[in-house]
Design a protein. Structure first.
Length: 1119
């Protein structure tokens, strides 16, 4: 007797179902189940993934859903306290394609029309779309069992009758579960009676939420993660039963021994469900493109446009170029993608016509000559030796991924154009799913279990990014030992491993858009985010591709807006920017790359500085190199040496020289792997790309097979097997990790354009950059510092001069009011519009005329110094503002037209002024408190926070910075510890002050305090943190000075100077050595005083500097 599980919740019953799809179907194979259903809560997120997984394993997939049914209308959002979640559960299974299409419509309507706590349908819409569906009464939250449990038997009968009327007598079943629930016996007895009364079959299910019985603890933790509770919370969602696991058919048969028909009915239902879905991706669903008259097919028109475009792109064409274009066009035709590329071209052309910035391309599509000719991409693939097969491979049946970049502020115009062109209901965005990655799931599980944060943090940070928990334990002995040291940690890791990789939450893909020939709900179910209201597909990218729905990426790129705005300011065109400009490359060699696309991170600056790019191809290489894979596999130092001296380059075979010459003998790009396989082993480019993909998967059997094929091909070409094997081994790492050269080339174009504009039009470029980041104070601080380094004047915000955005004023940049805290565009535009009637004459005049200004906005304007021309004393202005109109009414006449003389008013001390500025700007604008401590930084060798990314975990470092923020927490022993954020002039880092040190250092842990922190580093490159062992005030740094050098000029030194210095030194006793250095024209002499050891406080050192000058005193110390 076959039993089929018809009620199963996979990981796509988000934060409730704990079964991964592949593991679920594997278990079904183990149990020899011929069929299996998926019935996630209210959605079809995992339907296609499940369908493919089941079919691959020889199991019949049954697509279903456990839907939520509103007690009244799905449109009614009134709460019925008697009904949990204001809905009942109902299980729906697809019998055929009609049922599948109806299920898509029902699930879509549940999100788009019926969402109230849960995505709900109602009986009205169910009646409209019931055909091809088999209904089951659901779990104990189903309407029939729920009403039985509540003692409402008449209501249960009524509901059952309604469902039978909707589905038909043969299409509705009473679902029975035996899970050991309290009301179960009562409910099940009544269900048996109703089954006889209404002549409805009973079907056995188990409401499966996890695979094995002992997974209940992990599932309990998962529920806590979803509800933001801990295991110790008494009032939390908790399953009454521990039996909702994927029982074997034998267990189910024993459980329903008295009702064998409940078991056999599962097989009868499975026999009826015969849905076939084409998941080959070959049935591409594209809207028909409106062709001009005279073109019979999309291909005819595409070919015409491509040939026309090619003649415009190239002054002359060769036979080889024409052959390449025809080859590409034939593959496009063969794959049925002519219409797709016409649509993409039309979108790009629309953008250009509307003046919307368009990027040069993205991804492997940049390798297509056809797309370059069509104007979709803007990088010549022939000039840079880019490969079409990396984009479209006739050997590989997969849909293309053409990504198009547009200016970020105008992306919505592109989306709206597509909707208007192809129909509002035919276009939407694409869903994506956040998953429970190793570090995050450890933190989640640890929180739920009540493990102290500092312990969880320590464990989580030992796991490298992109590593699984198992990999980390296997490779990091310290972590393994730590896990084994406590039973609590062992349980933490056991549970985390079970939950790792599960889908956690839905989100909207940053760029993905789909277009269908008919309404979307004819092909895919739709999802509407309850929080943001965004509509997207329920199927993610891969599932859409499987059913032939093409995703195109419409990306909003800030850099394009910066370039476009700068060009408009200077009156130039993008075509005016040369591919090589000496001044620009000189700037790059100095690594002055803040604001330059892809080249501005500290790590990238180091590479650029060392690599010294001298041509566009070098920029492509640098961009491709700075990735985890290439960085781990390319000997960068050797590559730099090869670049300096080409005679040092060694090629394993002469045929490799033309392929690797541009990267100085090193394999960097995926395209080079393809070219080498083609040249050495005689593969076609398409075959070579398939080889690259197979290598990247690192499947042992495939590796052996491909190695043998590669060596055999090489030997046919006259290359020895031994050498071929050596070359193959060199290729393997880069097949998986090498960067896509086409993508790097497109990025390099933007890098070159931004670098050129920064080099030649620094004022306009920095204004554009600042405006593009106007709401990001961290980025603004970086840009402001860079502008000052470039000797550009930053004019402070001024109530009579500033607009919303940064702007050019003379040879300086006037700060934009929109960049201040608590000031949105409407408020600033209101201020600016009122100013058109005449400048504000006083603070009171401003108060009288400004409309819609709240207290926080006014305080930000005051603290930022925008009223400085009227009154420089911030406290005085704040007092006036707080007294408001009453004060203005009595005093306004006195100040209405006059400006206050700054010399007559005592302003705030500098330290307090900068703190006010920090509140208004989000950073220290006029003067950073750390700037006065640069000598201390240098003397003590404090490491810049920005350089900590490359420091090995466990190393002891000392940093200096301002305490930005702090959180005080308690460990499991009730002791306090702190997490503080420290920032220097460039970057910031979290510092953990654990309980052993907290009491000692807590007096220093005050916001805006300048501190030195010494401790051990941990974490990944971009998320380092420090475990503090020592914290001191920067003001006390002098206590740690070990040596001072007094530098005397032999020509100008005299007895009076020596006496002044000696008098200062002799009055101080301590442990700091004094060294004397006397400089003459021919030589300098240096000696240490044997009698003098001093305690050099800040006052003494300041006086010595006044006597000898800044260069006359050098200090060295150690924390």
């Amino acid at each position: 007797m076959n039993f089929i599980h018809l009620h199963n919740h996979t990981e796509y019953s988000l934060l409730d179902g704990a079964m991964k799809i592949d593991r679920l179907t594997e278990r079904a194979v183990k149990y020899e189940m011929p069929a299996l259903a998926i019935t996630d809560h209210g959605n079809l997120f995992g339907a296609i993934k499940f369908y493919k997984s089941a079919r691959k394993k020889g199991i019949k997939p049954i697509i279903g859903i456990e839907t939520y049914v509103a007690p009244k209308s799905r449109l009614d959002q009134s709460r019925d306290v008697r009904i949990p979640e204001s809905s009942f559960h109902l299980t729906l299974l697809c019998e055929n394609e009609i049922g599948y299409k109806n299920l898509i419509k029902l699930s879509s309507a549940a999100y788009l029309e019926g969402f109230y706590y849960k995505p709900r349908i109602d009986k009205e819409i169910l009646a409209q779309h019931h055909k091809g569906l088999i209904g089951l009464s659901g779990c104990f939250k189903g309407e029939v069992p729920y009403r039985i449990a509540m003692g409402d038997l008449d209501g249960a009968r009524k509901a059952l009758g309604e469902y039978i009327d909707i589905f038909g007598q043969d299409n509705f079943h009473l679902e029975m579960m035996r899970l050991g629930m309290r009301t179960e016996e009562k409910v099940n007895n009544e269900l048996i009676k109703l089954a006889h009364e209404f002549d409805v079959p009973i079907v056995a299910t188990n409401d499966c939420h996890y695979l094995d019985e002992d997974d209940y603890r992990a599932h309990d933790v998962l529920l806590c993660i979803g509800t933001k509770k801990t295991l110790s919370d008494r009032e939390r969602l908790k399953f009454e039963s521990h039996q909702v696991y994927f029982r074997s058919p034998q267990e189910m048969a024993r459980l329903f021994e008295d009702l064998p028909e409940a078991i056999s009915n599962t097989a009868l239902i499975a026999e009826r469900c015969n849905l076939l879905i084409d998941t080959s991706g070959k049935d591409v669903k594209l809207p028909s493109f409106p062709r001009p008259e005279g073109f019979e097919t999309d291909y005819d028109y595409l070919k015409y446009l491509t040939l026309e475009g090619m003649s415009k792109r190239f002054s002359r064409t060769t036979q080889g170029m024409e052959d390449r274009l025809n080859y590409e066009l034939n593959i496009i035709k063969k794959m049925g993608l002519s219409g797709y590329f016409l649509i993409v071209r039309e979108i790009v052309e629309f953008a250009r016509q509307q003046g919307i910035p368009v990027g040069p391309g993205r991804g492997s599509a940049v390798g297509s000559l056809a797309l370059y000719s069509l104007g979709i991409t803007d990088i010549d693939p022939l000039q840079y030796n880019l490969i079409f097969e990396r984009f479209l491979n006739p050997e590989r049946v997969s849909l293309p991924d053409v990504d198009a970049d547009f200016g970020d502020t105008r992306r919505d115009e592109i989306i709206n154009f597509i909707k208007k062109r192809y129909g509002e209901k035919n276009v939407t965005q694409v869903i994506t799913f956040g998953t429970m990655q190793a570090r995050a799931v450890l933190r989640d599980v640890g929180r739920v279990m009540g493990i102290p944060y500092n312990e969880i943090d320590r464990l989580a940070k030992m796991i490298p990014f992109h590593s699984s928990i198992d990999e980390a334990i296997a490779n990091i002995k310290e972590l393994d030992n730590l896990v084994q040291s406590k039973e609590e940690y062992q349980e933490l890791f056991d549970i985390a491993k079970k939950l790792e990789g599960l889908a956690r939450h839905p989100a909207t893909h940053a760029a993905g858009v789909v277009i269908t020939p008919k309404e979307l709900v004819e092909y895919v179910p739709l999802f509407k985010s309850p929080e943001r209201g965004e509509i997207s597909t329920q199927y993610a990218k891969n599932s859409l591709e499987d059913i032939g729905v093409i995703k195109m990426d419409i990306l909003g790129l800030r850099t394009l807006t910066v370039i476009d705005t700068t060009l408009r300011m200077i009156g130039r065109q993008i075509s005016d920017i040369p591919i090589y400009d000496k001044d620009t490359y000189d700037m790059l060699k100095r690594a002055e790359t803040v604001g330059v696309f892809q080249l501005e991170s500290h790590g990238m600056q180091d590479i650029v500085r060392n690599f010294q790019p001298a041509c566009f191809e070098d920029i492509i290489a640098v961009i491709a190199l700075y990735r985890p894979g290439p960085m781990a596999n390319v000997n960068l130092q050797k590559m730099i040496e090869n670049k300096k001296d080409s005679s040092k380059i060694e090629y394993l075979h002469p045929w490799l020289e033309p392929i690797l010459k541009e990267t100085y003998g090193m394999i960097v790009y995926q395209e080079q792997v393809i070219q080498i396989a083609s040249r050495i082993a005689g593969f076609s480019l398409a075959e070579a790309d398939m080889l690259r993909r197979a290598m990247g998967k690192k499947i042992a059997e495939l590796m052996v097979e491909n190695r043998e094929k590669f060596i055999a091909g090489a030997e046919k070409n006259g290359v020895s097997g031994e050498l071929a094997d050596e070359i193959f081994k060199k290729l393997v790492p880069f097949a998986g990790y090498g960067f896509n050269k086409s993508h790097a080339a497109a990025y390099a174009a933007l890098a070159n354009q931004t670098a050129f504009l920064k080099c030649h039009y620094p004022l306009e470029f920095m204004i554009s950059s600042m405006n593009s980041e106007i709401s990001d104070t961290n980025r603004l601080w970086v840009l402001i510092r860079e502008a000052r380094r470039m000797e550009l004047e930053i004019l402070p915000p001024d109530i009579n001069a500033s607009d919303y955005e940064f702007k050019k004023e003379g040879i300086g940049i006037r700060y934009g009011l929109g960049a201040l805290k608590n000031l949105g565009r409407p408020i600033v535009e209101s201020i600016a519009n009122e100013r058109k009637r005449g400048p504000y004459k006083s603070f009171f005049d401003f108060q009288a005329r400004a409309k819609g200004l709240n207290r926080k906005s006014l305080e930000s304007l005051i603290k930022a110094g925008t009223f400085k021309e009227f009154e420089p004393d911030v406290d005085k202005l704040l007092s006036m503002a707080h007294k408001g109109r009453e004060y203005m009414g009595t005093q306004g006449g006195l100040f209405e037209t006059e400006k206050v003389d700054e010399n007559t008013v005592s302003g705030k001390p500098s330290q307090e002024k900068v703190i006010y500025e920090k509140e208004a700007f989000g950073f220290y604008f006029s003067e950073h408190p750390l700037e006065r401590y640069q000598e201390e930084f240098s003397a003590l060798g404090l490491k810049p926070i920005s350089q900590l990314g490359t420091v090995e975990n466990g190393e002891i470092v000392a940093i200096g910075g301002i305490l930005n923020a702090k959180k005080i927490k308690r460990d499991k022993n009730g002791r306090n510890y702190a997490i503080v954020n420290m920032a220097d002039l460039e970057s910031a880092i979290d510092v953990f002050v654990f309980s052993d040190y907290f009491e000692r250092f807590s007096p220093l842990l005050k916001i805006d305090n300048p501190l030195i922190v010494k401790g051990r580093i941990s974490g990944e490159e971009d998320r380092k943190s420090i475990r503090a062992d020592e914290i001191i005030s920067l003001k006390d740094a002098w206590k740690y000075y070990k040596k001072i050098f007094l530098n005397f000029d032999g020509h100008s030194v005299n007895e009076d100077v020596l006496k002044q210095v000696c008098d200062l030194i002799n009055g101080s006793k301590g442990n700091c050595e004094v060294w004397i250095k006397v400089n003459n024209d021919k030589e300098s002499k240096k000696f240490r005083s044997r009698t003098m050891k001093i305690s050099p406080d800040a006052e003494m050192l300041g006086k010595i500097k006044n006597i000898l000058g800044n260069e006359g005193l050098k200090i060295y110390g150690k924390i």
